[in-house]
Design a protein. Structure first.
Length: 146
């Protein structure tokens, strides 16, 4: 299994966001608490194109992983503590449910072997194990100690 570029970029973006605003303990050079970060700052820090970061921010916000606020003092912040956000959450925000094969998705019938496949009933267990492994990796581990 290989992550798509967008899923990889989402992990990089969320890790950067966690470093900026994953803890109320973070203090900037000006002595003020850093609670929010802009998409432009995330793009600059990660080296990702700004339009890509904007697209990811939209998906991550829709998935309930980021919150955005407009106006003075606005920007992005984690929707919940970094320790409560997992690698599985981030990947699913961009890719949808974690599944190694499409045949386990309800309504998908695009495999020529589906009617005779003896493995299909077992893919759910494999997918659950994969998701479980990804869910065991908190954002705090990906971002460093936050």
């Amino acid at each position: 299994m290989r992550l798509s570029s967008m899923a990889d970029y989402a992990v990089v973006t969320m890790s950067a966001a966690a470093r900026h605003c994953g803890s109320a303990q973070l203090v900037g050079a000006d002595g003020k608490k850093r609670v929010r970060v802009s998409a432009a700052q995330l793009a600059e820090e990660t080296g990702l194109p700004a339009p890509t970061v904007q697209k990811l921010v939209s998906k991550l916000t829709a998935a309930g992983l980021l919150r955005s606020a407009r106006g003075a003092g606005g920007g992005l912040k984690l929707a919940r503590p970094a320790a409560a956000i997992t690698l599985a959450d981030i990947i699913e925000a961009v890719e949808g449910p974690i599944a190694l094969t499409p045949c386990v998705d309800t309504g998908k019938h695009d495999c020529g072997l589906e009617s005779a496949c003896t493995v299909r009933p077992h893919w759910g267990v494999v997918n659950a194990a994969m998701r479980g492994a990804l869910a065991d990796v908190p954002l705090t581990r990906l971002a460093g100690a936050v």
